[in-house]
Design a protein around this ligand. Structure first.
Ligand SMILES: [Zn+2]
Length: 111
């Protein structure tokens, strides 16, 4: 019997690079949520946990719906010149990439 069951495959999210050069998480909308962590399959096959800041619009692919998840930037991004100007650092966590380094009234990323 030829059963054409619609198997809902929900593969592990992967990384994608957007046209602006930003690395985002590419996965099924049931897995990629704002303000939550998701395990992402790296090119070497290992998993890495990423914290999703926000997501884009859900779009359809031949494999089902997908969405881009924008990764919350962490302190290690500081190595990529994402630092507050003037050598300012967060008084709480000491990071130059922390939101509070940019604005002393802001909230520390590491709270
Ligand atoms: Zn901080």
């Amino acid at each position: 019997m030829n059963t054409t069951t619609t198997t809902t495959r929900i593969p592990t999210p992967t990384y994608r690079q957007t046209q602006s050069g930003e690395w985002v998480v590419f996965g099924h909308p049931t897995l990629v949520h704002p303000n939550s962590e998701v395990a992402v399959r790296k090119r070497d096959g290992n998993l890495k946990w990423e914290e999703i800041d926000r997501i884009g619009k859900v779009f359809e692919t031949p494999d089902g719906p997908r969405v881009y998840g924008y990764i919350r930037r962490r302190t290690y991004v500081a190595a990529r010149s994402d630092r507050a100007p003037g050598g300012r650092r967060c008084p709480e966590c000491g990071s130059a990439a922390c939101a509070r380094a940019w604005d002393p009234r802001g909230l520390c990323d590491e709270d």
